[in-house]
Design a protein. Structure first.
Length: 367
C-alpha cells in the first residue's frame, strides 16, 4: 500500500544490509511514520510482544524472519541446535493467540533443520521467510478479489448507493504484508469504482481501529467514519450497515472465529439484524488441530492498556490515566465468535461456510 504516495510492505529485509529486518513500528501511528531496524531475536520477540507490529498475518511473517535471525545467532554459538531451538521457543512464546506465530516459526525452522551446512541453514531461513511474506501478499490479493464479488452484489442491489461496511480492529495491510484481510475486499471495491463507506470501530483498549484502520483507509482515499465500539448495534438496527467484515487471529477447524475482543458482540448484533457477517482470512490463520474456539488461549494483556490512553498533543505523544487509581482492570484481548454467527469465511480460495464440513470441502476441493 502507499504511504504519502510511496509503496511500502509492513516488513522487509534491508536492501543493503542482510543483518537487518525492517518493520513499520505501528506504535507511533497515526502520528508518526517510523521504521524500525530489527537485528536480534530478542528485538523481534519484543516487537511481537509489545506490538510494534501486530495482526496475525504480519506476526507469521515476523516469525519467519525471527527464525532467520535465530539461525544467524545460533551460528555464532558452539551448539547450533540447542541455541536455535531456544530462540525458536522464545519467538513462539511472544504472543499466544494468533496461530500464524507458531505456524511461521515451525515452517521456517523445518527448512533450517533440513539443511546440513550452517550457511545453507541461514540462507534457507531467509528464503522461507521471504516466501511466507510473498505468499501472504498473494493470499490477501485473492481474498480481496473474492470479497469484491460480495460488495459488488450489495452495490448493485442498492443501485450504486454507498455500501456501508463495518469493521473491527485492524485487519488491514498493517496487520498483513499488503492489502489486508478484512480490508482487501474494501480496497478492491474502491479501486473498481464502487462507492464504499467504512464504519471503523475504535477498538479499545489499544484503538487499532481509530489509530490504524482509519489511517490506512485515509491513505488509500476510502471514505470512513470512526465510531466508538458500542455504536455498531445501533447502526445495524437503523439499516446503516450493509455488511460486516472482520479478520481473525485463529479460526478453529469447526469454523469458530477468534478475533479482537468485541468481535463477538458485533456478530450478535449482525445476527439479530440480518446483516451479513463475514470473516476474511488466509489459510495460514486456520488451526486444523483445534476443534473449537474454546480451546484457543486468549491473551490477557496488561491493565495499563485499559486504565490509560495514548494520544498526541502539540506533536508530543502523551499517555494519560482514565480510571481511578485503585480500580483494577481486566484486559482480555480476544474473544470467540461461534461459527453459527458467521455468514461465510472469505479465504484465498473463495467463500467457505463456517463449519467443519464446509472448511474441509473448501480446502480439499482446491487441492
Ligand atoms: O491484538 P492485535 O492487534 O494483534 O489483534 C489483531 C486482530 O485481532 C485483527 O483485528 C485481525 O482481525 C486479525 S489480523 C489479520
Amino acid at each position: 500500500m502507499k504511504v504519502d504516495g510511496k509503496h511500502y510492505y509492513t516488513i522487509w529485509k534491508h536492501p543493503e544490509d542482510i543483518s537487518k529486518i525492517q518493520i513499520i513500528d505501528q506504535r507511533h501511528l497515526p502520528h508518526r511514520f517510523v521504521i524500525e531496524d530489527i537485528t536480534t531475536v530478542d528485538q523481534m520477540v519484543a516487537a511481537i510482544r509489545d506490538m510494534h507490529l501486530r495482526g496475525a498475518i504480519i506476526i507469521g511473517a515476523a516469525a519467519g524472519y525471527g527464525v532467520y535471525l535465530a539461525a544467524r545467532e545460533a551460528a555464532e554459538t558452539g551448539n547450533f541446535d540447542q541455541a536455535f531451538k531456544d530462540r525458536c521457543d522464545a519467538l513462539k512464546a511472544a504472543r499466544p493467540t494468533a496461530v500464524n506465530l507458531e505456524w511461521g516459526v515451525n515452517r521456517t525452522a523445518a527448512v533450517v533443520n533440513a539443511a546440513i551446512d550452517i550457511n545453507e541453514k541461514i540462507h534457507a531461513a531467509l528464503q522461507e521467510a521471504d516466501d511466507i511474506a510473498l505468499e501472504e501478499i498473494d493470499r490477501s490479493q485473492r481474498i480481496g478479489a473474492h470479497g469484491l464479488s460480495i460488495i459488488k452484489k450489495l452495490s448493485q442491489a442498492k443501485g450504486g448507493e454507498p455500501v456501508n461496511i463495518l469493521t473491527h480492529c485492524n485487519a488491514g495491510w498493517l496487520a498483513c504484508i499488503d492489502h489486508g484481510t478484512a480490508t482487501a475486499p474494501i480496497y478492491a471495491a474502491y479501486d473498481a469504482g464502487i462507492d464504499v463507506h467504512v464504519w471503523v470501530d475504535e477498538t479499545r483498549p489499544r484503538n487499532q481501529g481509530a489509530r490504524l484502520t482509519a489511517w490506512e483507509l485515509g491513505q488509500h482515499g476510502v471514505k470512513h467514519t470512526v465510531i466508538v465500539d458500542n455504536t455498531g448495534g445501533h447502526l445495524m438496527q437503523n439499516g446503516m450497515v450493509d455488511l460486516v467484515i472482520v479478520g481473525t487471529d485463529r479460526t478453529t477447524s469447526n469454523g469458530d472465529v477468534v478475533n479482537k475482543i468485541g468481535t463477538y458482540l458485533k456478530a450478535l448484533a449482525a445476527h439479530d439484524n440480518g446483516v451479513p457477517f463475514y470473516v476474511a482470512l488466509p489459510s495460514s490463520s486456520i488451526d486444523w488441530e483445534l476443534q473449537s474456539g474454546s480451546d484457543v488461549p486468549i491473551e490477557l494483556r496488561g491493565e495499563e492498556e485499559v486504565t490509560s490512553i495514548w494520544g498526541e498533543s502539540d506533536g508530543e505523544l502523551l499517555c494519560v490515566r482514565l480510571t481511578p487509581k485503585n480500580s483494577p482492570a481486566a484486559n482480555y484481548a480476544f474473544d470467540v465468535t461461534p461459527a453459527h454467527l458467521v455468514t461465510g469465511l472469505i479465504t484465498e480460495l473463495g467463500v467457505s461456510s463456517a463449519s467443519a464440513e464446509g472448511l474441509r470441502e473448501h480446502f480439499n476441493n482446491a487441492r
